[in-house]
Design a protein around this ligand. Structure first.
Ligand code: CS2
Length: 496
């Protein structure tokens, strides 16, 4: 039976379905970037909230700004916004639940006017974002907004034709301002430290170029809480679709698979009210900085520490990396020796236990999180997840060899594009060609890869870093033996 509103009462006999009247739910939230993560995380929290009485103002209207969002737009339209969330437990059990919190969806790429009008609806109180790390459009080494971006240039000249999140948000805020409406909150849910502050800085930079009065209005009225989000959500495997079909007779074209763990920590700083999410385990705190730094530098960088060497070694998934004891101990040593020393204490969190729990989560054999997802868009991720850790350790005189190894392997991976079985590595990165060209210059210039300064800053100027990096990259080019190098690094083959 096809997943749709019409079939929900029959489906409810087989599988848990929304218990609330979806036709009575209003969209108090517009969410830009409805990917797997949004559907396993925020939409799941809102689904729990909607099941409670008097919360019907907090449904979600999903929005897709990119051409590539057409698939999700079609699936959600065909299924009345419904989808199944499959939570995979480490013991092999799974929990399946139909989620109903996405009550509307606008494919903004095709219909920008409808998207702007929706965001200017008085019922909308929050616009939340999972637009990926790269879409914040800043130069990671200077932090400045990139006005060279051709899409940004286009939308500044033609405000009625927004392309990026900045064009859309500013057009909507302009309309709210004209109508005399209260501002919405802009809630970033991407893995960037100080994600709210970064979103604010970028939106204000764009608005300043557009219109001084709008700039002032945003500055005074719009709140941008920082938040830390967490739930591992792999790319949906085809097997999830057939599993639902075989187990429940349910036809869902795009379910979501995730782990049981879920966390959301938000600064309690909203422009126009917020849902009472604390009832569902969301933590509201005055300052999210220590939580987000801990999560991004340990979990996200830990993923890259496994995924990039894993891709070259030929491990398909993160749990396969964790089954390889050399990989698992490499990652733990990276966390213990290079990340823990630069973290601030986090109230109520025992760091060792947190790292233990990350190991368990990564090892969950039923998540099968592909290394290709982890390595995707590394050019946007590593300047946020890893490079600042290396820079901070260089300043303090701390260990850098584990982090440096990850960068050396990334360079080798971008250059050769083949794993140790001689199979092609699937590289997904907007800057793939540029990364390949600079990595390829290794023969003439060993540090060629690192000369992309907006990614690596001035790492090439640091002697200690350069010494380790060159030695590791040479070793990789000699025999690409990831295990041998991991062993050597662990055995103190590379002095601090
Ligand atoms: C991953 C994240 O993108 C990545 O490389 O580390 O998607 C990670 O799975 C989530 O942030 C978990 O909360």
């Amino acid at each position: 039976m096809k997943l749709s509103l019409e079939n929900i009462s029959s489906l409810a006999e087989q599988i848990t379905c929304p218990s609330y009247r979806r036709d009575e739910v209003q969209s108090g939230i517009v969410h830009i970037g409805v990917g797997g993560f949004h559907r396993s995380h925020q939409a799941y929290y809102m689904h729990q909230l909607l099941a409670g009485a008097e919360n019907s103002a907090w449904g979600i209207c999903g929005m897709g700004l990119r051409e590539g969002d057409q698939n999700i737009a079609k699936v959600l339209k065909d299924q009345d916004g419904l989808y199944t969330l499959i939570t995979q437990h480490p013991d092999g059990n799974e929990t399946c639940e139909v989620i109903g919190s996405i009550v509307d969806y606008i494919f903004a790429f095709e219909n920008p006017e409808a998207a702007i009008e929706k965001m200017a609806d008085p019922a909308v109180k929050i616009v939340s974002l999972t637009i990926t790390e790269g879409a914040y459009n800043f130069n990671p080494s200077t932090g400045a907004f990139d006005f060279e971006n051709p899409e940004v240039q286009h939308e500044l000249k033609h405000p009625a034709e927004p392309k990026t999140v900045f064009g859309f948000l500013c057009a909507a805020m302009e309309r709210r301002k004209e109508k005399g409406l209260a501002a919405f909150t802009i809630l970033s849910c991407d893995n960037i430290q100080h994600n709210g502050d970064v979103a604010r800085k970028m939106v204000l930079s764009f608005a300043e170029k557009k219109d001084a009065a709008l700039y002032d209005w945003i500055k005074n009225e719009v709140k941008f809480p920082n938040s830390m989000v967490d739930r591992i959500t792999p790319v949906t495997p085809k097997s999830a679709i057939s599993f639902l079909q075989n187990t429940y007779g349910l036809e869902d074209a795009w379910p979501v698979v995730c782990e049981p763990y879920i966390q959301w920590v938000i600064e309690d700083n909203f422009s126009n009210g917020r849902p009472p999410l604390e009832k569902f385990g969301v933590q509201f705190v005055p300052d999210v900085t220590p939580y987000e730094k801990m999560k991004i530098r340990l979990l996200n960088a830990g993923h890259s520490a496994l995924g990039i060497p894993g891709a070259v070694h030929g491990h398909p998934t993160i749990n396969a990396c964790m089954e390889d004891t050399l990989f698992a101990s490499f990652m733990r040593a990276f966390m213990d020796k290079e990340v823990s020393p630069i973290l601030d204490p986090v109230e109520g969190i025992d760091l060792d236990k947190y790292k233990d729990s990350l190991e368990d989560r990564f090892a969950n054999p039923n998540i099968k999180d592909g290394v290709s997802r982890i390595c995707s868009e590394s050019s946007a991720k590593l300047p946020k997840f890893l490079i600042p850790t290396i820079q901070e350790n260089l300043l303090s005189g701390g260990s850098i060899k584990y982090g440096t190894f990850i960068l050396a392997v990334w360079s080798y991976y971008s250059h050769i594009g083949k794993d140790n079985n001689n199979d092609d590595i699937e590289i997904i990165d907007e800057r793939k060609e540029e990364l390949h060209q600079s990595a390829k210059s290794y023969e003439e210039d060993k540090l060629g890869f690192l000369r992309i300064s907006d990614i690596f800053g001035s790492l090439t100027a640091n002697e200690r870093f350069v010494k380790h990096y060159s030695k590791m990259l040479d070793a990789l080019h000699r025999d690409s033996d990831i295990h041998a190098l991991m062993r050597e690094i662990g055995d103190d083959g590379y002095a601090v």
